[in-house]
Ligand binder design. Structure first.
Ligand SMILES: *Cc1c(COP(=O)(O)O)cnc(C)c1O
Length: 224
């Protein structure tokens, strides 16, 4: 199993390297390994291979893993939709980055609970740049407004940038357009302090990097 994971990880890292240097040598891309199809043993193995950042899309699973792998110096990213009844749980888990903050309403609720606990949380604003009904996130038209509103009204939330899932289609041009939409918004938000543009999954991380992503969330290509 270790050999398979090593091979997969090496391949993903190599592909990231190839894609990022097409932008420039200083374009650094972070890899977050998404463990939702996987088990704790595999996460431990990846840790031994040098991987440190891991993502989960469910608070429940995140909790189990954060607790069971407590002895390892891992960083945890929450990347899935957060229901409001799970806000307190997420705060308790102190994730390194909550990537899927997807509405002003959720931001206000999260900010309030963070205030009560005297905590802060680093977050990304999720943008539904492919305009897909099945997806969470703010619309690309409203993203900049909402980003600034969160910054103004949620002092406990440390907004670090944006996250998006590429269009769920086969046509690469359409996927590319959705990444470009997100990246354009990210560029504008750099004036407001944005430093992270999270886009790209197993099927499209190289394209996402070529469109300016500096954080990719890869699951199946590593763990399957
Ligand atoms: C599952 C998931 C990923 C990783 O998906 P793969 O296609 O397996 O790489 C990335 N981002 C989010 C938000 C996810 O839910």
């Amino acid at each position: 199993m270790k050999e398979k994971l090593r091979k997969n990880l090496d391949e993903v890292i190599w592909n990231i390297e190839q894609a990022r240097i097409t932008i420039n040598e200083h374009h650094i891309v972070k890899l977050v390994a998404v463990g939702k199809y996987s088990d704790e043993e595999s996460i431990k193995t990846l840790y031994e291979l040098g991987q440190r950042a891991f993502g989960e899309n469910q608070v429940q699973q995140l909790e189990t893993r954060v607790k069971n792998l407590e002895e390892l110096p891992l960083e945890w990213h929450m990347i899935g939709n957060l229901q409001s009844n799970k806000i307190n749980k997420l705060i308790e888990l102190r994730p390194t980055l909550f990537q899927s903050l997807d509405s002003l309403k959720l931001a206000l609720a999260l900010n309030k609970r963070l205030e009560t606990k005297g905590q802060k949380m680093s977050c990304l604003l999720q943008i539904n740049s492919a305009n897909e009904e099945s997806k969470y996130g703010v619309s690309s038209d409203e993203a900049i407004d909402i980003y600034q509103q969160i910054q103004e009204s949620c002092p406990q939330i440390n907004l670090k940038g944006v996250m998006s899932i590429g269009a769920h289609v086969d046509d690469e041009n359409i996927i590319q357009q959705s990444f470009e939409t997100t990246h354009t918004i990210y560029k504008k938000l750099q004036n407001s302090g944005a430093t992270i543009c999270s886009m790209g999954m197993s099927g499209d991380y190289e394209l996402a990097i070529k469109c300016g992503s500096n954080l990719v969330r890869v699951g199946s290509k590593i763990f399957k």
